[in-house]
Design a protein around this ligand. Structure first.
Ligand code: FMN
Length: 201
């Protein structure tokens, strides 16, 4: 596939066949992620492959517990909280593999002021986004389905703790990976409105 075709073909697929993805294939996706542009020639991302039932459940339940507390704080009713968090755990458990993208400060500059420090950390996060896109495009090219899951960015401490990651790894982006369930239809993208989202100067 050409790059424009791959970009079009990549869709968020949220249901997978019950079929293992070989670890070599997952490593190939991470190798593609590592070709992303990064500030100062650094590698401000780290990746965790989570493909055992125990590790998937542990991560899903730790993040769901945090979400439950957040929803309780929002005043959401208990039934809705139960439905949302149970569905979230079930969905992550059903994915054959999860790849967690983390940022790290290694190789980045350190500033004494909050403005520049937060810009520096923003650069790492932007670079991780580019890496995750590479990873998902490589998955598409390999005939694998993927879907980005936001959860860890809301609860990095819980994700880090349950996976026993180093303090320097900050969990940010989770990607579900597997062989696509052919009965799943991606959401309608609607018409692309370039006019509405860009301006000229
Ligand atoms: C930062 C980010 C977080 C996302 N989080 C979720 C998520 O938590 N759950 C989910 O089902 N999809 C999630 N998505 C996928 C988007 O819903 C999806 O990319 C968007 O609807 C466009 O559809 P497409 O990827 O099929 O083109 C996320 C995407 C991004 C970039």
């Amino acid at each position: 596939m050409t790059i424009p075709d791959l970009i079009l073909e990549r869709r968020s697929i949220r249901r997978f066949l019950d079929r293992r993805v070989p670890r070599d294939a997952l490593d190939d996706l991470i190798a593609a992620a590592c070709l992303a542009p990064a500030p100062h020639h650094s590698t401000p991302w780290r990746f965790v492959v989570i493909d055992t039932a125990e590790a998937k459940r542990g991560l899903a339940e730790a993040m769901a517990a945090r979400w439950e507390r957040d929803l309780e704080g929002d005043g959401t009713d208990a039934d809705t909280i139960g439905e949302l968090t149970n569905a979230s755990v079930a969905r992550l458990e059903a994915a054959p593999a999860l790849i967690l993208g983390c940022t790290t400060h290694v190789g980045l500059d350190t500033y004494p002021d909050e403005r520049r420090q937060s810009a520096e950390e923003g650069m790492a996060l932007l670079s991780l986004g580019a890496a995750v896109q590479n990873l998902m495009l490589a998955a598409t090219d390999a005939g694998l389905a993927s879907c980005w899951v936001a959860a860890p960015i809301f609860c990095p401490d819980e994700a880090r703790g349950t996976l026993t990651l180093a303090d320097s790894w900050t969990p940010r982006a989770l990607v579900m990976i597997g062989h696509p369930d052919p009965t799943y239809t991606p959401h309608d993208r609607g018409d692309l409105d370039v006019e509405g989202i860009r301006t000229h100067r």
